[in-house]
Every structure is written in C-alpha cells, then in structure tokens.
Design a protein around this ligand. Sequence first.
Ligand SMILES: [Zn+2]
Ligand SMILES: [Zn+2]
Length: 337
Amino acid sequence: MDLVIARPEGLYCPPGDFYIDPWRPVERAVITHAHGDHARWGMGHYLAAADSAGVLRSRIAADMPLQTLAYGERLEHHGVTLSFHPAGHVLGSAQVRLEYRGEVWVASGDYKVEPDGTCVPFEPVRCHTFITESTFGLPIYRWQPQAEIFTEVNDWWRANAAAGRPSVLFCYAFGKAQRILHGLDESIGQIVAHGSVEPLNRVYREAGIRIPETLYAGDLKKNDPRLRQAIVLAPPSAGGSTWMRRFGDYSDAFASGWMMLRGTRRRRGVDRGFVLSDHADWPGLLWAIEQTGAERVMVTHGSVAVLVRYLREQKGLDAQGFETEYGEEDDSAAEPT
Ligand SMILES: [Zn+2]
Ligand SMILES: [Zn+2]
C-alpha cells in the first residue's frame, strides 16, 4: 500500500487522512517547512516541527491552528506513526517519516546536506520509500564549500566599502538571508536589511541563532554616511524598484544556486553572482538517497526526469516522478527571471 499519493490538493496519506505541504486548503496539513510554496494559508489544522513555529506564525498568522513536535518525537494518527527529522534547509525544516504496518516512507521536503549553523543539520532516515526533491538534480550542479563562498562575499563587500560604495546583495528573505548574515564579517561595515528580511532575522535570533546586528533599511535616508561601507540584504523583488534609489551608486550581486549558470547573472543584470543554495547539489542528492536505503524513490520538483532515469539505470532503483506544485519562493523557483 502507498503511504503517500499525489492528489489535486497535494501529497496525501490515505491511511492517515492528511496532506503533506498541500497547495490547496485541506483539513489536516503536515508542513515540512515555512517557505511559501510548502506552507500555505487556509488549512484547518497544521502540524510542523517545533523549530518552525516562529517562522510559520510570523508568516501565516500568529493565532494559526498549529501543533508542533520536536525532531524525533512520535505522534500516532489513525494507525500511522509520524515524526519529523532535520532537513538542514532552513530554520525548522523537516523530513516527514511515516510508518504504517511495518512500512516506512520519508518525504524530504526541501533539503541540504551541508550543515550551515542556522538550522539543525540534515539527518538521513532509513526507509522503504523516499520522496526526494530534485531542484538541482543535474550532474552540473556541484557546490563549493560554503566557507569559500562567504570569503568571496566578504571580499566583494570589503572592496566596495574601500571604494565608499554600498554593496546590495539580493537573496531570498527567509533562510538564505539569515545564512548569509551568519557568514558575514561584521568588522567590514554596517549590515542593512530590507523590510521583508528583518522580521525573519528576529525569529532566528529568538531561536538562538547568531545573526549579527542589522539596521532596518527604512530607517536610513538617502546618502546616510553609514551606507557607504554597508552591505544591504534585499529580496530579488526589490531589484530595479524605486526602493533602490536611496543607495545611490552601489554594486549589486545575487546569491543563488542558479548563479552556477552564467546566463542567469547576465539576465539579472547584477555585477556579481555567488553560487549559494539551500538545496542539495547533485552529489548531495545521490548521497542522501543512498543513505536512506530506500528501494523506491519518488522525485518531486526540479529535474525530475533526469534524476528518475539516473536512479533507475545507474542505481537499479524503482524510481518515478511525482507531480507537485512546489517551487516558488526559494531556489526551487527554477531559474529566477
Ligand atoms: Zn524551501
Ligand atoms: Zn521547495
């Protein structure tokens, strides 16, 4: 019996009668993480990992009907034993483990295998069937260690600061921004956050994650002398908007896994591209899949066909694609336009 099937509302667990990251309103939703394409408004009841409560409440509603479990804590519902396990993607991100009559399935949500200091690191979970994402499921995607990327970011910022020019770094507001903040060298200058980034910084700080002090961009006037040595973290949507005018003559950059593709930086029209993703790269996906010991693999959003074929032909696994509507908010939003 399949413990998870694809339905028009989302991934559905028939014996448990609940959905995982549904994209339409349903009565019972199990949420892997708080990115907008996985955690949506309007569910009758939400179940999520305890570490994601702060972000969910700040993004959906403070009084949302939310029940949480610590990582590893088990809950039984209609004979299905459910537990959350760290996915290493963003604060509170979890894989969902389901066990029913001896059969074990794990739905990964989005995941990253390199620990980053801003969330609990990914932990492989043994299972019979693994539902994996495949955002960067092509052999060309191989990340450098993040320490090297942070050195590049800090060097770029330092050079701009020396020239008296603000550095504007575009990145997704939840997860990527806090990970970058965690890796910045505060001695270079002031750190400034866009209004969509600042509330999430607060949630991370409350969760005990080290996020350096930030100034809210709205509090700064054009030509504020502090801006000349500052780095500004802003969501991609701020690019080209009138909001940018206050920074005068600035250098800009974009941080995303898609920066691996030369054309992306050019189309974005930014000075620099930093290859930094909160998703597993190709070797990371294959490593994670192997660690689960699963014989059956269901592949969701990303390079589904390529990964399915590779797993079948090279690994001898029973692999197939799963139709979903994920991929909107973070790097899973395909190549940014
Ligand atoms: Zn995500
Ligand atoms: Zn996703």
